[in-house]
Design a protein around this ligand. Structure first.
Ligand SMILES: *[C@@H]1O[C@H](CO)[C@@H](O)[C@H](O)[C@H]1NC(C)=O
Ligand SMILES: *[C@@H]1O[C@H](CO)[C@@H](O)[C@H](O)[C@H]1NC(C)=O
Ligand SMILES: *[C@@H]1O[C@H](CO)[C@@H](O)[C@H](O)[C@H]1NC(C)=O
Ligand SMILES: *[C@@H]1O[C@H](CO)[C@@H](O)[C@H](O)[C@H]1NC(C)=O
Ligand SMILES: *[C@@H]1O[C@H](CO)[C@@H](O)[C@H](O)[C@H]1NC(C)=O
Ligand SMILES: *[C@@H]1O[C@H](CO)[C@@H](O)[C@H](O)[C@H]1NC(C)=O
Ligand SMILES: *[C@@H]1O[C@H](CO)[C@@H](O)[C@H](O)[C@H]1NC(C)=O
Ligand SMILES: *[C@@H]1O[C@H](CO)[C@@H](O)[C@H](O)[C@H]1NC(C)=O
Ligand SMILES: *[C@@H]1O[C@H](CO)[C@@H](O)[C@H](O)[C@H]1NC(C)=O
Ligand SMILES: *[C@@H]1O[C@H](CO)[C@@H](O)[C@H](O)[C@H]1NC(C)=O
Ligand SMILES: *[C@@H]1O[C@H](CO)[C@@H](O)[C@H](O)[C@H]1NC(C)=O
Length: 515
C-alpha cells in the first residue's frame, strides 16, 4: 500500500537521490541519451523522402524512427549520418514469427540492402503487439529471435539492436512506481522477451503518453505534473516504499517499467522510449490538447532527456526518446488530437517553435526569447481584474496605454487588458521564473501577441505615446485579496486544493500529494 508523505524540502530530495544504491549498471557511461523523432506517413500530401530528409537536416534531427522499412526513405537517408530505427509492421509479424526464412528474407531486403550507407541501428519488431494484435503475441519472441538470427548470419548483430515497442498500459498499478508490474496475462511472452533483450544487450521499448494518463485521471494528475512544469516541493508525488520523489509523470512511468522488470527478476535491461509527445489541437472534449501545452511538453521533454537527468530510480542513466512525431498526420482517423501530434506541417513549417535554449544542437530553431505572458483562457474575470489592478498598481506596470482613447484600450475587455499588463510585467522582470503566474490566471505562450486574438494592441510598436501617465491610484485594487505576486510565489494558487480528485485512487496511474 502507499501513501503520500508530507512536505519534503529540496535538500532532502537531493540527499535521497544520492543514497539510491548504484548497483544497477545498464549502459556504459559514455553513451548519451538522444532525442529522435517518429515519422508517421498518414498525410494526404506526404512530402517526398528527399524533402523529409531536408527537414531533418535543417532541424539537426539525428535519430528517426520509421513505421516500416520504406525503400524510398532508406535510400534518402543514406549517407546523411542520421541513425534510423525501422519497424516490421504488425501485418508482417505473423509471417516472420512463423518462418525463419521469411525473417531472413526480410532482413536481406530491408536491412542488408541499405546498410551501412543508411545507418540502421534498430529494428522494432511490430508495434504495441499486446494491444494492437494480441493474436500475434505468441509468435512475437520467435520473430525477434529469427530477425536476430538473420542479423547474426549477416554479421550485423552488434551494430543493430532488435526489440518490440510496448504500450505503457501493459504496466499495471504504475503509482507508486515501486508497486508496478506487467499485466500477468502476458508473462508467458514477457519472460522470454526480457531474457532475449538481456542476452542481446537490447532495450525494453516503451511508448509513454503522459497526455493520456492525464486525460484519464479526471483531474487527479495535475497538468503541470504531466508537462514537467515545476511543482512546489510539497506537491511532488512521493513513492512511500522508496521515498523517491517524482516531479513528472514521464519519469514515474519509466521507473514503473524498471520495477515491473525487476518483479520478473530482470534488472539490467535499459528502457528506450519509442514514442512520447503531446497533441497541439483537440476536439472540444480535449481542452488540454493546445499549442502551448504541446510546446511545453515537448520542449521540457527534450531538455529533460538531453540533460542526461535519468529518473529518480536511476539518475544519470540515459533514457533516449523518440518524439511522436515529425508531421501532423491529417488522414489519421479518430479525434482531432490524433491528427495533431506533429512538430511540423506537410510543408515543413513548424506547428510551434520549441523553446530549447542550451539544449544542444538537436533542433536548430531556438525561440526561447519569444515567450509572452498572457491571461489564461477561461480565467475567472474577477481574478483577472484583481491581477490587472495589482500589475498596474503595486506591480508598477505603466498601464496608461490601456486607458480610454489610448492605443491599447481596444479590445476593451479584462482578458485583453490583463494580457497587456501581464506581458509587460513579465518582460520588466526579465522573464524571471514565477513572474508569469498572477495567482494562476496567467500563462506563458509563444504566440506572438500581435497575432493573438487577446491583444490587438502591438504595444511595442506604439509610436505616439499617450501623455496621460497612469499613476496607479485610480484602480480597483482589491486590498489583500491577492496574497502575493512576488516572483517566489508562483505556486500560491496551486495550494488551494484544486486538484482534489476522489482521494487516492489506487487504479489511477499517478496521483499527487494532497497535503
Ligand atoms: C552508425 O551509428 C553508430 C552509432 O552512433 C556509429 O557508431 C556508427 O559508426 C555509424 N555507422 C555508420 C556506418 O555510419
Ligand atoms: C534461422 O536462420 C538462422 C540464419 O538465418 C540460423 O542461424 C538459425 O539457426 C535458424 N533458426 C532456426 C530455428 O531454424
Ligand atoms: C491484462 O491483459 C489481458 C489480456 O490482454 C486483458 O484482458 C486484461 O484486461 C488486462 N488487465 C488489465 C488490468 O488491464
Ligand atoms: C524471481 O526470483 C525469485 C527469488 O529468487 C523467485 O522466487 C521468483 O520465482 C522469480 N520470478 C521469476 C518470474 O522468475
Ligand atoms: C540538469 O541536470 C542537473 C543535474 O545533473 C540538474 O541540476 C538540472 O536541474 C537539470 N536541468 C534540467 C533542465 O533538467
Ligand atoms: C530556423 O531558423 C533559420 C534562421 O535561423 C531559418 O532560416 C529557418 O527557416 C528556420 N526554420 C524553421 C523551420 O523555422
Ligand atoms: C535571450 O535572453 C537572454 C536574457 O534575456 C539573453 O541573455 C540571450 O542572449 C537571449 N537569447 C537570444 C537567442 O536572443
Ligand atoms: C507610461 O507610458 C506612457 C506611454 O504609454 C508614457 O507616455 C509615460 O511617460 C509612461 N509613464 C511612466 C511613469 O513611465
Ligand atoms: C478613474 O478613471 C476613470 C477613467 O478611466 C474615471 O471615469 C473615474 O472617475 C476615475 N475614478 C476616480 C476615483 O478617480
Ligand atoms: C488594506 O489593508 C491594510 C492592511 O492590510 C489595512 O490597514 C487597510 O485598511 C486596507 N484598506 C482597505 C481599503 O481595505
Ligand atoms: C519577494 O519575496 C522575497 C522573500 O519573501 C523578498 O526577499 C523579495 O524582496 C520580494 N520581492 C518583491 C518584489 O516584493
Amino acid at each position: 500500500m502507499f501513501k503520500f508523505v508530507g512536505f519534503c524540502g529540496f535538500k532532502s530530495i537531493v540527499f535521497l537521490l544520492l543514497l539510491v544504491p548504484s548497483l544497477f549498471v545498464l549502459v556504459s557511461a559514455d553513451e548519451d541519451a538522444f532525442i529522435g523523432v517518429n515519422i508517421g506517413t498518414d498525410l494526404s500530401d506526404m512530402p517526398h523522402p528527399t524533402q523529409v530528409v531536408a527537414l531533418l537536416k535543417s532541424q539537426q534531427i539525428r535519430h528517426v524512427r520509421l513505421y516500416d522499412a520504406d525503400r524510398g526513405m532508406l535510400v534518402a537517408l543514406a549517407n546523411t549520418g542520421i541513425k534510423v530505427a525501422v519497424t516490421i509492421p504488425n501485418e508482417q509479424l505473423l509471417g516472420i514469427g512463423q518462418s525463419n526464412s521469411t525473417a531472413a528474407h526480410w532482413v536481406s531486403q530491408n536491412i542488408v540492402a541499405h546498410y551501412p550507407a543508411t545507418n540502421i541501428t534498430t529494428i522494432c519488431v511490430g508495434s504495441e503487439v499486446f494491444n494492437a494484435l494480441p493474436n500475434a503475441a505468441p509468435v512475437l519472441v520467435n520473430a525477434l529471435k529469427f530477425i536476430q538470427g538473420a542479423l547474426v548470419a549477416s554479421n550485423l548483430d552488434r551494430q543493430i539492436k532488435v526489440s518490440t515497442p510496448i504500450a505503457s498500459t501493459v504496466i499495471l498499478d504504475s503509482f507508486p512506481p515501486s508497486q508496478a508490474f506487467f499485466n500477468h496475462s502476458w508473462n508467458p511472452v514477457l519472460v522470454p522477451l526480457l531474457k532475449f533483450l538481456q542476452s542481446t544487450g537490447s532495450s525494453l521499448m516503451l511508448n509513454v503518453y503522459p497526455y493520456y494518463d492525464y486525460m484519464k485521471s479526471n483531474g487527479v494528475i495535475p497538468l503541470d505534473y504531466a508537462l514537467f512544469n515545476p511543482l512546489p516541493a510539497n506537491k511532488e508525488a512521493v513513492d512511500s516504499n522508496t521515498l523517491l520523489h517524482y516531479t513528472n509523470v514521464f519519469d514515474a512511468m519509466i521507473d514503473a517499467a524498471y520495477f515491473a522488470m525487476a518483479e520478473l527478476n530482470v534488472t539490467n535491461v535499459p528502457v528506450l522510449v519509442t514514442e512520447s509527445g503531446w497533441p497541439s489541437k483537440g476536439d472540444s472534449n480535449e481542452p488540454d490538447a493546445t499549442l502551448d501545452n504541446a510546446n511545453t511538453y515537448n520542449s521540457n521533454l527534450i531538455k529533460h532527456i538531453i540533460n542526461q537527468t535519468g529518473t529518480p530510480k536511476h539518475p544519470g542513466i540515459p533514457v533516449s526518446t523518440y518524439i511522436y512525431e515529425l508531421y501532423n498526420e491529417d488522414t489519421k482517423p479518430g479525434p482531432v488530437s490524433e491528427k495533431s501530434w506533429g512538430l511540423f506541417d506537410a510543408n515543413g513549417n513548424p506547428i510551434y517553435t520549441l523553446q530549447l535554449t542550451n539544449s544542444g544542437r538537436t533542433f536548430s530553431n531556438d525561440t526561447t526569447n519569444q515567450t509572452h505572458c498572457t491571461a489564461k483562457e477561461g480565467a475567472d474575470s474577477k481574478m483577472l481584474q484583481a491581477a490587472l489592478d495589482w500589475a498596474c498598481g503595486p506591480g508598477k506596470v505603466n498601464c496608461s496605454a490601456l486607458l480610454q482613447g489610448q492605443p491599447c484600450y481596444e479590445p476593451d475587455n479584462v482578458a485583453s487588458h490583463a494580457s497587456f499588463a501581464f506581458d509587460t510585467y513579465y518582460h520588466m522582470m526579465g522573464k524571471g521564473e514565477g513572474t508569469c503566474d498572477f495567482n494562476g490566471v496567467a500563462m506563458l505562450t509563444t504566440t506572438d501577441p500581435s497575432k493573438a486574438s487577446w491583444n490587438l494592441c502591438v504595444y511595442r510598436k506604439v509610436k505616439k505615446l499617450p501623455s496621460i501617465a497612469f499613476d496607479g491610484t485610480n484602480g480597483t485594487f482589491l486590498n489583500g485579496s491577492i496574497a502575493d505576486f512576488n516572483s517566489t510565489s508562483s505556486s500560491s494558487w496551486r495550494a488551494r486544493g484544486g486538484y482534489v480528485g476522489g482521494g487516492l485512487l489506487m487504479k489511477v496511474l499517478l496521483a499527487v500529494l494532497l497535503s
